[in-house]
Write a protein that binds this ligand. Structure first.
Ligand code: ADE
Length: 230
């Protein structure tokens, strides 16, 4: 898989993928991740990427030309309709549809993902209208730019690539894979400052442990994310 990130802060990503599962996936050749400076696709002397919004208002808006040029050079197309189904161009923005585990799984099947990190007050809407295949928000809060959101989406996608996790089964049993949260986990010591780990987990009784885990996961989902059970 090829991942390209278009940003005005490429240095933000310098070490971001050098840890843990993502580093291993890169080292194993499962994915190649590159961050590109949007300014490389400007044609003026001062490498201007933004301008004032039509109609007035605060802040600056990212101009369409460098973004369309960047996607044309990275994907070989600058209209959504002319892109191969295995290529996705993702705009990170608080106006996007919600990012989910299901979308991460869909992205993990792609051949190329291009992320456009929004900045300032926004991105010229013609980018969302004609260029991007997916406009995505990572949650109902506003970040100062799309960069942290791109990290989140890349991380959750790359760890789903076949071979990225230690064991092929570990992605199947985790939170959201079946619509609820993962069960609580404990490790040694069995008693810590008067708090005991659940006895059933120490018995080696596989059927009972599995039952306890199902119930504990359901309890935790009810408590922290009742919306998932509706
Ligand atoms: N840019 C600013 N806020 C964002 C959010 N919540 N998700 C994705 N990109 C963003």
């Amino acid at each position: 898989m090829q991942i390209d990130i278009i940003t005005i802060f490429p240095a933000y990503f310098r070490e971001a993928f050098d840890y843990g599962i993502i580093r291993r996936a890169c080292a194993a050749g499962l994915v190649s991740i590159r961050a590109h400076d949007l300014r490389a696709w400007t044609t003026d002397k001062h490498h201007v990427v933004d301008d004032r919004p039509f109609g007035g208002g605060d802040g600056m808006v990212l101009k369409p030309e460098p973004i369309f040029a960047a996607v044309q050079s990275l994907v070989g197309a600058s209209r959504r309709e002319s892109m191969a189904a295995e290529k996705r161009v993702v705009l990170l923005s608080p106006q996007g549809k919600s990012f989910t585990q299901a979308l991460a799984a869909e992205f993990a099947n792609c051949e190329q993902l291009v992320f456009i990190c929004g900045r300032y007050e926004g991105v010229d809407e013609r980018v969302a209208e004609a260029l991007v295949t997916d406009e995505i928000s990572i949650g109902d809060y506003v970040l100062s730019g799309g960069e942290p959101a791109a990290l989140v989406v890349v991380d959750s996608t790359v760890r789903l690539l076949p071979g990225a996790l230690g064991s092929e089964t570990s992605a199947a049993n985790e939170s959201f894979s079946d619509g609820s949260l993962d069960c609580p986990q404990y490790t040694r010591p069995p008693e810590f400052e008067g708090m005991r780990a659940p006895e059933v987990l120490l018995t080696g009784h596989h059927a009972e442990i599995a039952r306890w885990r199902r119930e504990a996961a359901l309890e935790k989902t009810k408590r922290n994310r009742p919306d998932l059970l509706k």
